[in-house]
Design a protein around this ligand. Structure first.
Ligand code: AKG
Ligand code: FE2
Length: 170
C-alpha cells in the first residue's frame, strides 16, 4: 500500500479513534469509504492480515446489521463439500450498527469469524442481535434500511512511502 495524506476531515476521525488506544501507540492511516443503498450488502469475508489486529467502523446515514459467521474449515472434508451446515447455521451473531456509531472489532471476532451484510431492505432484530442493550432499538423491532456510508478506519503497518516509488519530490 502506498501512503497518501488523508483529507483533513477524515484525519480528525482517524486521530479521535486512535486516541482511544485501539491501535496501540499507532495512529490509523487507512480509511475505506463504502456506500450501501437499501438492499445492498457485502458477502461474508475476513479482512485478512494486512489490517490485523483491529478494525474500526463509523456508520453514517442508515443503520445496518453486521453478521458474523463461523468460516468453512478447508481442512474438514465435510466442510469442503459445504454440506455440513447452512449459512444460517454458521451465523453466530449480528451487531446492530446504528447511525453515528463506532464499532471496534478485535481479537477472536477479527481472527476467527467472517463478517458480512445481507442484501436486504429491512432488518428485524432477532435473538442473534447481540448488542441491543447498547442500542436505542429494541428486540423484535423492524428497521427499514436507507443509504448507509461506512468509514472503515484501520492501521496498516506496512506502507510504502511515495517518494521511494516515484522519486523524491523537489
Ligand atoms: O461497511 C461495513 O460496515 C463493513 C465493510 C467491510 O467489512 C469491509 O469493507 O471489509
Ligand atoms: Fe470487512
Amino acid at each position: 500500500m502506498v501512503q497518501e495524506k488523508l483529507p483533513s476531515w477524515l484525519q480528525t476521525y482517524a486521530d479521535q479513534i486512535s486516541s482511544l488506544g485501539v491501535f496501540g501507540d499507532h495512529c490509523a492511516n487507512h480509511v475505506l469509504v463504502n456506500e450501501y443503498n437499501a438492499g445492498e450488502g457485502i458477502m461474508p469475508h475476513e479482512d485478512g492480515p494486512m489490517y490485523y489486529p483491529t478494525v474500526t467502523t463509523i456508520s453514517l446515514g442508515s443503520h445496518t446489521l453486521l453478521d458474523f459467521y463461523v468460516p468453512i474449515n478447508k481442512d474438514c472434508p465435510e466442510d469442503q463439500n459445504q454440506v455440513s451446515s447452512t449459512e444460517e447455521q454458521r451465523h453466530i451473531l449480528s451487531l446492530l450498527l446504528e447511525p453515528r456509531s463506532l464499532l471496534v472489532v478485535r481479537e477472536e471476532l477479527y481472527t476467527s469469524y467472517l463478517h458480512g451484510i445481507c442484501p436486504k431492505t429491512s432488518d428485524t432484530l432477532g435473538p442473534k442481535a447481540a448488542n441491543l442493550e447498547k442500542c436505542t432499538a429494541h428486540s423484535g423491532e423492524t428497521l427499514q434500511r436507507g443509504t448507509r456510508v461506512s468509514l472503515t478506519i484501520r492501521f496498516v503497518p506496512k506502507v510504502l512511502k511515495t517518494s521511494i516509488l516515484f522519486g523524491r519530490g523537489r
